[in-house]
Design a protein around this ligand. Sequence first.
Ligand SMILES: [Zn+2]
Length: 511
Amino acid sequence: MDAARSTYERALTWFEWISRIPRGSGDTGRASVAVASWARDRGLEVTSDEFGNLVIRKDATPGREGEPSLALQAHLDMVCQKVAGSSHDFSRDPIDVVEEDGWLHADGTTLGADDGAGVAVCLAILEDEGLSHPSLEAVLTVDEEVGLVGAREMDCSRIRSRRMLNLDLTVAGQFVVGCSAGTEARVSLPLSRERGVREVVRLTLSGLRGGHSGIDIALPRHNAALLMGEVLSRLLSGGRPDGGHAETVAADGALAGLALVSLRSGEKRNAIPAEATAELALPAGAGPEAARDLDRALGPVRAALARACTGDDAGARLEAERLGEREVGLLSAKEAAAALALLSELPQGVSAMSREFPGATETSDNVSIVRLGEKGLDALVSVRTNRPGGAGPIVAGVRAACERAGAALEVEGGRDPWLCDPESPFVCEARATYRALFGEEPTVTTTHGGLECGVFSEALPGLEVFSLGPDVENAHTPSERMRLESLERLCAFVRALVEGTEPRMAVDQGR
Ligand SMILES: [Zn+2]
């Protein structure tokens, strides 16, 4: 059998094996122990730390000891998401891996190809006794998906290599040499309320696509938190969410006395909010006609939403549900208007595209978590940039909006983003290998997402690292799937790079 084909088949075997071990972020103990004993069983040197991060080492093939050591890097944890109604228990049940039309997918859950595929490629390469290789390391981290926690906590002095392949990309054919760094701007506007017993109506905005704020931010998709803010402005004051249509809700005065109680949208700092809920209190002493008036007022709001929400967001729905009478905290019209005005001034989306890497997003922000409740309005603005200092103008815009509204602002983060020289010797060698193997150039670019490469580059001066991977669609969702052909190509490429086609110079690694 063709050697590269056999690496691919081993990778599939180890992918199915790792898929049987529960390994959601925060629950990687069993996977880490299993992979460590897998390596020990094969006579490989393994070091583990208290978090479960692993470094597995394999000595160079005789004659190649003088070459620079190469690290293959992946993360052990996966995102656990399942379809509504699934009885899958991620703490106990294996992932069902299904092959269909050249793809692997799971049965109603995330597949965990992000980054089980990377782990599987590491094991397949380490196991391959027929492969000539320099000294190899596999650096396998935990809890990447919850803020690169494993990599950040890791004692990187355990890593000897100064050349590293990160196997955590979800687009085949790309060499990614840079990723974004995040800055979080926390906005809080204190608001006072009056208690009152009122008939309460809950509005739910759903059916938007949302997405990952690093990967999907350039797509024409709405932010549910901001859209709900516009809906509320319109209901409370007759403001116009779609920029100037004739209908105004408050024109007939029917909704005078409507009060804002709460707004809630977004759960994760790296997701574009796809859903929002708000509670409104009907006017005091209002009869059943008040609810009917609200229903009527929602008609033009829904029509405006339908006009604004097309393409990916065409499934947007705004539903109203009567919750009955209860005691709630009511915002005055003035305070509600101030909160909604502040929300409407927060920037959202892409503010700069890369000049060096065509088509790559350089700077963006996402209003990721919004809570309007008892204490006031809290909004988290998550900024990403691939340019040092790139977050500055967005943070300045948020600060100006906060000053106008009298809101407090806390800013956190502001690390420099990772960028590896695309002309570095390692990347050039990898490009030549790719060209020789596939007869075409890889696309050298940056990602607007986050990668562990940045953490390792900071910790290991002189590290040359880039990221690549198979095609994985819909990562982090139950529709995640991996294209088998792209995994086969990835295996062939990693194998060829490890094996080396050109004579290499021995270098002193200084360790
Ligand atoms: Zn990943």
